[in-house]
Design a binder for this molecule. Structure first.
Ligand SMILES: C[S@@+](CC[C@H](N)C(=O)[O-])C[C@H]1O[C@@H](n2cnc3c(N)ncnc32)[C@H](O)[C@@H]1O
Length: 413
């Protein structure tokens, strides 16, 4: 049976009866894909793992709580034989052969009439890798090939440009806080497929160096804006390139919608009918404290965290922040764009009742090679920023979480 290579095929199982014999680890691993394929799954086993039990409880599979019996494969289109009893598996595969039901056997690939490939998915494509014959089966090798292909497609190192239907338009991609590993899989793939990338100063700039030479990379800060505001000039550049039918990525630091003006750009594109997709990113407001060992919440310490822009001082009439209310909160305050105004901010918080000894941490250039953390209190932070020469970009964390570390005492139950 194994002298010829297996014939690869994709089974369309929606509503079709599939019988699974055994409820252990093999079934547990294979069931999610069968469920995703819409199969009508009948599982026969005296016992199952808790995860398989959860699938039965959720109505995703029908579970018959008994050992395999002759006749269980009646009307099946496909069977997975994976009981712990070799003798039962042999009887079941004989029944499958008789009834012409394709069957996979977990204990003996040679006796099976079908093999399960190592599979993975990337944006509408299923990658399935099969060994050529049963004797040469090396599941780790097939899984490694699958991983290499899927990861390559996801992170853009394996690009299939001639076969992809690329949609011209703009993708607003949240690039994360700076570490190139902290962009999403989707963001990285879109970046790899872009014709034009308009990038901010913050974000994963190292990724730009990896782009192929034909990709036009534009520094958003250097777009001349003459009679327009800088943001309008960026919007115009996005529109202009998209109108030429190019795939444009607007690469932004953190998340596009957290103080990122992402919606303004989306609105400008919508006004002229240019399609735009938004890819969320890991915001610096959470990831930068985390990179410096600070959890923004911690059981028994902080039950809330509030992210605030500090780009205008509390006494500035343009400020939309209710600083007196923030001073009354007991949780964590995370301030972005606040280095220049931290003196005024700390003063205002203390004036409205926040203790002057409240811990503060400033994390500069978080997640990059230049990351540094400087600690202070609300009473000392203005002076510390001066003496330590803290510079933007920095995330400022205010609250007791600053003092929580790996060696801290266990929080109250
Ligand atoms: C215009 S806001 C953009 C925030 C971004 N959209 C996000 O979700 O992280 C820029 C501010 O984010 C913070 N920031 C962004 N990346 C940072 C990093 N790697 N280290 C420290 N602060 C960062 C700084 O407070 C900076 O002034």
């Amino acid at each position: 049976m194994a002298e010829h290579p297996a014939y690869p095929v994709g089974l369309r199982l929606t509503g079709r009866r599939v019988v699974v014999l055994g409820g252990g680890q093999v079934a547990q691993r294979r069931l999610p894909a069968l469920i995703a394929a819409g199969a009508d799954i009948h599982l026969v086993s005296p016992e199952v793992t808790p995860s398989v039990q959860a699938m039965a409880d959720a109505g995703e599979i029908t579970w018959r709580r008994r050992p395999y019996e002759e006749g269980d494969l009646t009307d099946a289109w496909y069977a997975l034989i994976a009981t712990g009893d070799t003798e039962a598996n042999t009887r079941a595969s004989a029944e499958a052969e008789r009834r012409r039901v394709w069957c996979v056997r977990s204990d003996d690939a040679d006796e099976a009439t079908a093999w399960t490939p190592a599979t993975g998915h990337s944006e509408g494509v299923t990658v399935a890798v099969l060994t050529t014959d049963a004797r040469g089966r090396d599941p780790r090798h097939t899984a490694a090939i699958r991983d290499a292909v899927v990861e390559g497609l996801r992170d853009g190192t394996l690009v299939a440009p001639h076969h992809r239907t690329r949609t011209p338009g703009v993708a607003l991609v949240g690039g994360g806080p700076g570490d190139p590993d902290l962009i999403t899989v989707r963001g990285r793939r879109l970046l790899a497929e872009a014709d034009v990338v308009i990038a901010d100063r913050l974000g994963p700039r190292d990724l730009l160096a990896e782009l192929p030479p034909h990709v036009e990379v534009i520094d958003a800060a250097k777009i001349p804006y003459g009679r327009y505001m800088a943001q309008e000039a960026i919007n115009n550049a996005l529109i202009e390139h998209a109108k030429q039918g190019k795939s444009v990525v607007r690469l932004k630091g953190g998340d596009p919608y957290v103080f990122g003006r992402g919606m303004e750009e989306l609105q400008a594109l919508a006004e002229v009918g240019i399609p735009c997709t938004v890819v969320p990113g890991i915001s610096s407001s959470i990831s930068v404290p985390s990179a410096a060992g600070i959890p923004v919440t911690h059981r028994g310490v902080a039950h809330e965290f509030t992210v605030v822009s500090g780009h205008v001082a509390p006494d500035d009439e343009r400020s939309l922040v209710d600083w007196p209310s923030l001073a009354r909160l007991t949780g964590t305050l995370v301030i972005l764009m606040g280095v220049d105004k931290i003196g005024k901010i700390a003063e205002t918080l203390v004036a409205h009742g926040k203790p002057a000894d409240t811990p503060v941490a400033l994390v500069q250039e978080g997640t990059t090679a230049a990351q540094r953390r400087v600690d202070a209190t609300l009473g000392t932070v203005a002076e510390t920023v001066r003496t330590e020469d803290v510079k933007p970009p920095a995330v400022i964390v205010i609250g007791e979480v600053v003092k929580v570390g790996p060696t801290a005492a266990a929080p109250p139950k």
